[in-house]
Design a protein. Structure first.
Length: 69
């Protein structure tokens, strides 16, 4: 059962072509004319995805009690 959940989450979040194109394209089109705003958007995106990753690590630790870190 857990393998099916991992496959479903992987296909929905990681292998989703529409989602990955939207996440990469939308900020680029919004701030690509000015370098200063593009750097700000890149920094904001990095911290968002990094915090999302840390949240996932904490949830995994809470559910399973261990992690590779």
């Amino acid at each position: 059962m857990s393998e099916l959940i991992i496959i479903a989450l992987g296909s929905a979040l990681v292998s989703n072509v529409v989602l990955s194109q939207f996440l990469g394209l939308c900020p680029f089109l919004g701030v690509s004319k000015k370098t200063n705003t593009a750097a700000g958007m890149g920094t904001a995106g990095f911290f968002f995805f990094f915090s999302f990753f840390l949240f996932g690590v904490n949830i995994f630790k809470f559910l399973f009690g261990t992690f590779w870190i």
